[in-house]
Ligand binder design. Structure first.
Ligand code: C5P
Length: 404
């Protein structure tokens, strides 16, 4: 169930006796590595206390839409953006009706409107309420909008009735949620991703490098694994974990990164160059530590190999995607790079401010020969999933054109 590892899951609990089962769901999701935050409706608090969910999730529980303290800690829009996935369990008939009709009168229904992440619901109610035409129409409506409906199961109900309306068991919900992240859009393709900075030695203790954290490249590699690709990550020195990625080659310098990429490139279908490769290096770095003798010290720098351009220039080049971090004229510079390096696609981001290099969030403008797409500011994990979707569609289109 590694697909839930490090996933941010927002669990919405609505009023119903099965709310107690959701306490087990929190434990299970966390056991599988997910980071869980709980939102409860007023009615849910009548069945289980927020304190129970707070203790189990180790996070404050959110209950009010207009709560000044909660808003200043993590506002409702931020909370909606934070989530990789929203699961409502149990989802009462009342909540389903509000959701189906787009109400935003309480925190949970507002979050469901404000999110761009997948939403799943696990309905739980009396069998007659479930079978009622109004509920069935509401369920049909939300299913058509792409919401996943888990269950309900049939059997003996808390009220003594028999029939459909029991909330699906937490184990089954957990398995279902893990599958939501598995898209299979790149199954059968071999992907090579570079990430992180490189370090160019000055002497045995000093180096030239940059602020890249590796987060964007690592998120892309993880998203490609979720998409079913066979992924190899070539990584510069970073301090983060590659979730779900099994093949990682660690390198230090641009030269080493280039060698590792070139060794793998003949068995690569898609190359995504996210690494912030140093542009210059010292050909003759000092074998001994440089002494602090003179008032000034000059370094002679030489250009590193442009790995991306080298890959794109190969006779049998893979589908090649570059990145461009720009401080000015983003579109012009990105399109110029797309053309001069002969790439299939380029993802550009404006550096500076609170997003981009060395930050949790980013915003991307993606360009290819015949089109462009903007991905507004979001977590790097979500952007990575969106970018992988776009790359998969462009790559599959290019391949189908080749075979026709
Ligand atoms: O030309 P510029 O360095 O701005 O291009 C950025 C893109 O080129 C990124 O995708 C980066 O990974 C790649 N690059 C490279 N080798 C270099 C420098 C940049 O592959 N030496």
């Amino acid at each position: 169930m590694h697909r839930l590892n490090k996933k941010r899951i927002l669990l919405g609990v609505t009023g119903g006796i099965s709310a107690y089962k959701s306490t087990f769901l929190v434990r299970l999701l966390r056991k599988n590595g997910a980071d869980v935050r709980v939102v409860m409706t007023k009615n849910a608090c009548e069945f289980v206390t927020p304190l129970t969910f707070q203790a189990l999730s180790s996070k404050p529980v959110h209950t009010e839409l207009l709560d000044l303290d909660a808003e200043s800690a993590m506002g409702h829009i931020k909370l909606a953006k934070w989530a990789d996935l929203i699961i409502i369990a149990p989802a009462s008939a009342n909540f389903i009706a509000r959701y189906a009709n787009g109400f935003a009168a309480d925190l949970l229904s507002t979050l469901c409107l404000a999110t761009d992440s997948p939403v799943a619901i696990a309905p739980a109610m009396n069998q007659q309420m479930w079978l009622n035409d109004a509920t069935q129409e509401n369920i049909k409506k939300i299913k058509e909008r792409g919401v996943a409906v888990i269950g309900p199961d049939s059997g003996e109900q808390a009220c003594g009735d028999e029939g459909p309306g029991r909330m699906t068991e937490p184990e089954e919900i957990t398995t279902f949620l893990a599958k939501i992240f598995q898209t299979d859009i790149l199954t059968g393709s071999r992907l090579l991703v570079t990430a992180g900075p490189t370090r160019e030695a000055i002497d045995p203790v000093r180096f030239l490098s940059n602020r890249s954290s590796g987060r964007m490249g690592y998120a892309i590699a993880s998203a490609a694994v979720e998409a079913g690709a066979d992924v190899t990550l070539v990584s510069g020195p970073v301090n983060i974990e590659a979730v779900g990625v099994e093949k990682i080659i660690y390198v230090t310098s641009a030269e080493e990164m280039c060698t590792s990429v070139m060794e793998k490139i003949n068995t690569t279908d898609i190359f995504i160059s996210v690494a912030a490769v140093a542009d210059y290096y010292l050909q003759n770095f000092s074998k001994n530590k440089i002494k602090k003798i003179n008032d000034s010290y000059q370094l002679m720098l030489h250009k590193t190999p442009d790995i991306l351009a080298k890959v794109a220039a190969l006779d049998n080049a893979p589908f090649t995607v570059g990145f461009a971090a720009e401080t000015e004229d983003l579109k012009f510079n990105a399109i110029e790079k797309l053309r001069s390096k002969n790439l299939n696609m380029i993802a550009a981001n404006q550096v500076g401010g609170t997003i981009g290099i060395d930050s949790e969030e980013n915003a991307l403008s993606v360009f290819w020969k015949s089109g462009e797409m903007k991905f507004p500011q979001n977590s790097k994990n979500k952007l990575a999933r969106d970018l992988i979707k776009l790359i998969a569609s462009r790559y599959n289109e290019k391949n189908s054109n080749k075979t026709h």
